[in-house]
Design a binder for this molecule. Sequence first.
Ligand code: NAP
Length: 255
Amino acid sequence: MKLLENHIAVVTGAASGIGRAIAAGYAREGAQVALLDIDARAAEAAAQEIREAGGLAESFHLDVRRREDCVAVARRVAEQVGRVSILVNNAGINRRNAFAGDGAAVIKDWEDIIAINLDGVFNVTHAFLEPLRASQGRIVNIASIQSFVHVRTPNSPAYTTSKHGVLGFTRALAAELGKYGVRVNAIGPGLIETPLNAQARANNPDLVRIFMDHTPLGRPGKPEDIVGPAIFLASDLSSYVTGSIVMADGGYRAI
Ligand code: NAP
């Protein structure tokens, strides 16, 4: 018996990086997966890869910033795939401009990052609430080590704020939705090598050093490192876990 058989999972930002790995991992564990992403072509390529490996997957275009589109996509997923029992809020962006630096860049960072990383999590969760409640579902939010710390990761006030918000939202929903049997948890990845940070890693080796100096496992993570925690939180293995954050950060936050 696979761990996620008879589940339908929605993963946002599933065309790339962590979301793509989670979608593939869920399909390997028997879930039917709906891959949502702003990049429709890449989402379909990821879904195709899953189908070629024998899994069940469909892709849908979605910009998580657009609340009405989230409602519309929830309707399409219900019609074309079925009742969703797992939601992974993974879509996110990051930019690193100092708060005291270029005012225009700081304002744009704030608007874009909060719209996608925080409002987007609200929009998608609200749109899928009904099936999640009806199925006693599981919500997995992708938070960050920046849900807690800032001093070692300078120049990203908007991102840090958004990821604190994701953790707060996780706990608030866990408190409210527990009575319906819905579990809500978060994962806190450390530095994971994905397209999100490819430029920063290439242009700013000091940033990587700051992270690695505080990472007992001594290496950056890969998207696959997040898949196990994501399966755990979506499956019955975590039946008494809610309101938690599972750190998958090589030990960063432990020291
Ligand atoms: P990624 O490889 O860039 O993947 C993110 C995906 O989300 C991309 O396909 C992106 O599309 C999509 N996306 C962006 N804006 C969207 C929107 N408005 N609506 C729908 N989809 C959108 O990034 P990742 O590293 O896997 O990050 C996934 C999550 O993990 C994010 O929440 C991130 O904050 C979190 N995280 C990452 C790390 C890390 O080190 N990588 C660490 C901690 C937490 P485009 O590429 O077309 O923009």
